[in-house]
Design a protein around this ligand. Sequence first.
Ligand code: GDP
Length: 534
Amino acid sequence: MLETPMNRPALPTEIARRRTFAIISHPDAGKTTLTEKFLLFGGAIQMAGQVRAKGEARRTRSDFMKLEQDRGISVSASAMSFDFDKYRFNLVDTPGHSDFSEDTYRTLTAVDAAIMVIDGAKGVESQTRKLFEVCRLRDLPILTFCNKMDRESRDTFEIIDEIQENLAIDVAPASWPIGMGRDFIGAYDLLHDRLEIMDRADRNKVAESIAITGLDDPKLAEHVPAEQLAKLRDELEMARELLPAFDRQAFLEGHMTPIWFGSAINSFGVKELMRGIGDYGPEPQPQKAAEREILPEESKVTGFVFKVQANMDPKHRDRVAFVRLASGHFARGMKLLHVRSKKPMAVSNPVLFLAADRELAEEAWAGDIIGIPNHGQLRIGDALTEGEALRFTGIPSFAPELLQTVRAGDPMKAKHLEKALMQFAEEGAAKVFKPAIGSGFIVGVVGALQFDVLASRIEIEYSLPVRFESSQFTSARWVTGPKADVEKFVNANKGHIANDHDGDIVYLTRLQWDIDRIIRDHPSLKLSATKEMM
Ligand code: GDP
C-alpha cells in the first residue's frame, strides 16, 4: 500500500519504501525491548537478548547515564536501519531523560513519525506527555503501542480514554486485546480481521495468525474460550459505537493515533505494529529550509546534521555527524557542499547503522540517516547540498537556563578541560563560555542533570575529574550588531563578556535589569537568548 498522500506525484520506489521514525516513551514502558524486537524481526540481530543483556546491568543508573555507558552499542542505537516486508526502516533513538531534552527535540526533527509506547498498567506518564507535545509541535503522525498486556493492565476503554483525554488526540483501535494479565491470550486485528494468538512458551516466537471472516466466524470459538469471546464481541460492538474508525489521513495529519495492544517481551503485537508503520506510516516528508521547501524526490542530494556524537570509538577521536537526507540519491564518494563553510566535502566513508555494526554506506536515499565521520567541521544544523546554499530551519536552539563554573580537579589539566568542553559544545550537549577576564569556563545547560552527565563524561572520556560550582552569572545573551558598536560595548563591559566555542560574543549577567538597560542604551545591538545554529 505505497500510496502518496495528498496531491504529490508518487515518490520513486526506493524513497517511498522508507520509514524514518523514533520511539517515545516514559522510562520502563518497554522502549528498549520493543527496539530489540524490531531488530530481531528486521533481521538485524539473530537472537533477542543482545540489547537487553547490556541493559540490565545499568538499570540502577539514570536513564541518560544508561545511554551514555552504552556508547559501544547504543551509538549504533542512535540510528539503526533494517528491512521488514518491502520497507526500509530507519529508527532514530531518542535519549530518555526529561532533563536532557535538547537532544530529543533535535532528534525528532529528523523523523517523519513516532511510536508512543505506553505501559498498559500505567497509561500516559509524565515523560510520554512531554515527548508527545514535542511531536505535536511538528504534527508528527504517532502510532501507539500499549505494552505489557501480559500483566494486569487497565481496562481497554479506560486506556483509550486516558490517551484521548490527556493528549487530546483521537484514538482508533488497530487491534483489540483478548483478556489481560494471566488470561491474556492475544488480540483481534481490526484492520485485517485476523486473530493473533500469543505463544507464552517461546518469547521470540511470532504469534500465530488466524484469518477469519469477521466476528461471526465459527473459527473464533476454536481459539477463544466462550467467556472471553462473548466479552470480546461485546467490547468490539461498544468500540464501534464509541470510538472512531482508523482514518489514514487524520493519522498522517497528527489528529489520530492508531493503537495496538501487545507485549514486547513476548514478541506479541510487534509485527502488526511494524506492518502498521510500513503500510500506513508516512513516506519521507518534505523538509523546510529558509529559502524553500525541499521535496524528497528532488534529484539532487540535500541533507542536514541533527546530531553530532563524539568518542564513539575511544580509539579514534573522531566525531560522527548524523545527517538526515532530505532529498535525492546519495552515493559513497560524492562531493557535497558544506554550506556553512562554503567548502566542498568528499563524503568517502559514510556509515549506515545496521544494528550493532557500523557499515559503509554505498548509497542512501531521501529519508535515510547516514553518519559522516569528521574532525569537527560538521555541526548541528549544517546543510550539505550539491551546490545550493540552503539553510534548513526547524532545528531548535535552546537558551541556556542554568550557568555554572567548571574547573579541572588538577589545575595543570586546564587544556584538557578546554578540549573536552569544546567537544561537548560542538555536540550541542552544553553551551561553553570562556570569560574575557579570569580563568575557568562557564557552562550553560537547560536541565540540571546535564551538569552531572557532563562531569561523568569528562571523567570517563578524558580521565579528568572536574568540579562544577555556582557561577556569579545566571543569564547569557549573544551580542550582535555593527562591528564598531560591538567592540565599544565589549571594551566597556569586560567583566561581563565571554566568548562561546565559536568565538562569538556573549554578555553574562545575573540581572534582567542589566539586559533591559543595554537594550535601551544600545539600540544598534541585538541581545539574543539563543544562538542561531548557523
Ligand atoms: P525502557 O526503559 O522503556 O527502555 O524499558 P525496557 O524495555 O528496558 O523495559 C522495562 C522493563 O519492562 C524490563 O524489565 C522489561 O523486561 C519489562 N518489559 C518489557 N516489555 C514487557 C512486556 O511486554 N511484558 C512484561 N511483563 N514486561 C515487559
